[in-house]
Design a protein around this ligand. Structure first.
Ligand SMILES: Cc1cc2nc3c(=O)[nH]c(=O)nc-3n(C[C@H](O)[C@H](O)[C@H](O)COP(=O)(O)OP(=O)(O)OC[C@H]3O[C@@H](n4cnc5c(N)ncnc54)[C@H](O)[C@@H]3O)c2cc1C
Length: 264
C-alpha cells in the first residue's frame, strides 16, 4: 500500500509543478494505480481543483483534460460519435464502472502502461499531449520520453473525416488485455496501433492503398503489417499467439471501417 506524508490540493499549476520537482513528490490522477504501489512518498499532489476535468469539443477537434475520468470519456457523445464507437469499445472492459469513474485519462496516458487500452486508442487517433512546461508534442514521441517532473494537462485529437475501430482480446471480461488493436483511417492513410504486446503500444502508419478493401489481399497485407510489431510472452499469452491475434484484431478493425465507409 502507498503511504504519503503530505497531501497538497494544488491551487495552481505553477504550485503543482514546483512541488513536483522534488523526487519525493508525486502527482496523482485518480489514484487508482498509485494506491496499489508499495512505497512512501513525501508529498502527494492532487490536481483535481484545477479544472482539468473537462472535454472541449470544437470544429477542429477535442481537448480532453488530464483529470477527465475514463467513464466521462467513455460516455462523451461527441467523442463516441466521431470515433464511431471506438472510444467506448476501448474503455468499457477496464475493471468496472465505479473504477472508470475514478481512473483518469491523464493517469492512463502518463503511466504509459504496457497493457493500456487507452494508449492504444489515442495512438491510433494520432493524438498529441499538452504538457505544462514541455508544450504540445505527438503522443507517439511522448511514449519514450523520460519522466521529467512535467505535468500532463490534456490530450488533443484533431477531427476531420476519420473512421476508427477498436478491438481487444482478454482471457476474462475485465482482466488486463492479452492484446489490443486500434485502427484509424484518415485522408492521409491508416494508423494502426497494437498494444499489450505485452510492451507499450506501438503505432505504424501506412497509405490507404497498402491495406486493400478486398478480403483475401487484405489478409496478406495485414499479416505483413502486424509482423512488424514486436511481441513478447508473459503469463497471459505467448509471443506467437499474440502475433496471430494481432492479425485477427487488426482485420476485424479494418472490416468494421470498411462497413462504416460503405454506410457513409
Ligand atoms: C486493477 C487494475 C486494472 C486495470 N486494468 C486496465 C485495463 O484493463 N486496461 C487499461 O487500459 N488500464 C487498466 N488499468 C489502468 C487504469 O485504467 C488507469 O490507467 C490507472 O489506474 C491510472 O490512472 P489513475 O487516474 O488512477 O492514475 P494514478 O494512479 O493517479 O497515476 C498514475 C501515474 O500517472 C501520474 N500522473 C497522473 N496524472 C498526471 C498528470 N496530470 N501529470 C503528470 N503525471 C500524472 C502519476 O504520478 C502516476 O505515476 C488498470 C488499473 C488497475 C489498478
Amino acid at each position: 500500500m502507498i503511504h504519503y506524508n503530505h497531501f497538497v490540493m494544488a491551487e495552481s499549476l505553477e504550485q503543482a509543478y514546483e512541488l513536483n520537482q522534488k523526487k519525493s513528490a508525486v502527482i496523482c490522477g485518480g489514484f487508482c494505480w498509485l494506491r496499489l504501489q508499495n512505497r512512501t512518498v513525501q508529498t502527494l499532489i492532487d490536481l483535481s481543483g484545477l479544472g482539468l476535468d473537462q472535454i472541449e469539443e470544437t470544429e477542429e477537434g477535442f481537448e480532453i483534460g488530464s483529470m477527465v475520468s475514463l467513464r466521462k470519456l467513455e460516455t462523451h457523445k461527441g467523442f463516441q460519435a466521431w470515433t464511431r464507437g471506438a472510444s467506448a469499445d476501448s474503455l468499457r472492459h477496464i475493471v468496472g464502472t465505479q473504477f472508470r469513474n475514478c481512473a483518469t485519462v491523464g493517469g492512463s496516458i502518463y503511466g504509459r502502461f504496457g497493457f493500456s487500452d487507452v494508449l492504444t486508442l489515442f495512438l491510433a487517433l494520432d493524438a498529441q499531449v499538452k504538457l505544462f512546461k514541455g508544450g504540445v508534442l505527438p503522443l507517439r514521441d511522448f511514449l519514450d520520453r523520460k519522466e521529467d517532473g512535467d505535468i500532463l494537462l490534456s490530450i488533443l485529437v484533431k477531427k476531420g473525416q476519420a473512421f476508427a475501430a477498436y478491438e481487444s482480446m482478454r482471457n476474462e471480461a475485465v482482466d488486463f488485455p492479452v492484446l489490443t488493436a486500434a485502427v484509424c483511417l484518415r485522408d492521409s492513410g491508416f494508423t494502426v496501433a497494437v498494444g499489450a504486446r505485452p510492451g507499450k503500444a506501438r503505432v505504424i502508419s501506412v497509405p490507404a492503398t497498402e491495406l486493400p478493401g478486398e478480403k483475401i489481399q487484405r489478409e496478406e497485407a495485414v499479416k505483413a503489417l502486424t509482423e512488424k510489431f514486436i511481441y513478447g510472452t508473459n503469463m497471459r499469452a505467448s509471443a506467437e499467439y499474440r502475433k496471430y491475434l494481432a492479425g485477427v484484431l487488426v482485420s476485424r478493425c479494418l472490416e468494421k471501417i470498411e462497413t462504416d465507409r460503405k454506410e457513409g
